[in-house]
Design a protein around this ligand. Structure first.
Ligand code: SAH
Ligand code: SF4
Length: 342
């Protein structure tokens, strides 16, 4: 059975493996060019000799994703996909248009084991990690389907990227390679619920991406109630890692804060948050929480959000309220997949 995921190999690794099999190095480049053009069947790679094609099919596979469902927002053109993977699992991805181009929100895992109480993805636990190839394939499928070029990426779909560290970093490095989907690291954001060791590892990689932290609370008491990960790495430890990250990379961190009615949205919460973040090179992104079937949570009222913003601004914290895209297609992740599995 073919077993090595060829698409997740870097150019160097692929070249090395082919040379070890007695083939010239330029074959790696040819194969990559076919893959970049969307050809994943070795038999169709006509400039590759027959015996190499046969060997490739024996040893390698190329993971694919196919579109199982597609929803297009009538309000703003946001596209939401449910992708099917080769083993029958599914993940979601969202394509959004901004002034500067198209941005795609990618999944990094099937499910998630972090168990945040407000999140649809976490409800069924973790099924498996995605490979770098499966992350890449989400971009290729969306580009092929819509004809647009994706110019920025956010790792904010299903899954916790730092819980699938190896494949995520492998994917990021692939994006930096020439040919095919090429996206500069400055156009990439990675969002994490706060796996502190992962943040330090990422810092060492020196990848100039934008780090987003899902904070969602100003103190341990509230955060631990909705995010179990906080019991392992409490807020001060997390923020201390963030300060180190900013110091080492010189890059601003973005804090995500889902506004949940009655849980974390009081003016006192805003005051506490402002004190915690004082002096940090950061930005706070307020997100009215999305309703999730089977969960009680409700989003904070507009007035509450306005008041929260006012407190943060008065204390000198950089804050925006995230524009809701694809409101009519329920564009936040995790919900389509659950509908399907029911
Ligand atoms: N696991 C990573 C990235 C995927 S979740 C993380 O947690 O950061 C992407 C973002 O969506 C996170 O900020 C997450 O907290 C947020 N999110 C999850 N469920 C949500 C909901 N129901 N409404 C609004 N935001 C939600
Ligand atoms: Fe996982 Fe992120 Fe959802 Fe938490 S919010 S359960 S970390 S996907």
């Amino acid at each position: 059975m073919a077993s090595i995921d060829l698409r997740s190999l870097s150019m160097d690794e692929l070249t090395e493996q082919l040379v070890a099999r007695g083939f010239p190095a330029f074959r790696a480049k040819q194969i990559r060019q076919w893959l970049d053009r969307g050809v994943t069947d070795f038999e169709q790679m006509t400039n590759i000799p027959k015996d190499l094609r046969a060997q490739l099919s024996e040893v390698y596979t190329v993971p694919t994703v196919r579109i199982l469902r597609k929803l297009v927002s009538e309000i703003d053109g946001t596209v939401k996909y449910l992708f099917g993977l080769d083993d029958g699992e599914t993940v979601e991805s969202v394509l959004m248009q901004y002034k500067h181009g198209w941005s795609q929100c990618l999944s990094t895992q099937v499910g998630c084991r972090m168990g945040c109480t407000f999140c649809a993805t976490g409800m069924g636990g973790l099924v498996r990690n995605l490979s770098a190839a499966e992350m890449m394939a989400q971009i290729e499928a969306a580009q092929q389907d819509t004809g647009v070029r994706v110019s920025s990426i956010v790792l904010m779909g299903m899954g916790e990227p730092l819980d699938n560290y190896e494949q995520v970093v492998r994917f990021l490095r692939m994006l930096g390679e020439e040919g095919g989907v090429h996206i500069g690291m400055r156009h990439i954001s990675l969002s994490t619920c706060g796996l502190v060791p992962g943040i330090y590892r990422l810092m060492e990689e020196q990848i100039p991406l934008t780090l987003s932290i899902s904070l969602h609370a100003p103190n341990d008491e509230i955060r631990s109630r909705s995010m179990p990960v906080n019991k392992r790495w409490p807020i001060e430890e997390l923020l201390s890692a963030c300060r180190d990250y900013i110091k080492a990379t010189g890059r601003r961190i973005s804090f995500e804060y889902a506004m949940i009615d009655g849980l974390n949205d009081s003016d006192a919460c805003a005051e506490e948050l402002a004190s915690r973040l004082r002096g940090m090179l950061c930005h706070v992104n307020l997100i009215p929480v999305n309703a999730v079937e089977g969960k009680q949570q409700q989003r904070s009222s507009r007035e509450r959000i306005r008041s929260f913003v006012a407190v943060l601004e008065k204390r000198g914290i950089n804050v925006t309220v995230r524009r809701t895209l694809g409101a009519d297609i329920n564009a936040s992740c995790g919900q389509l997949r659950r509908q399907k599995s029911k």
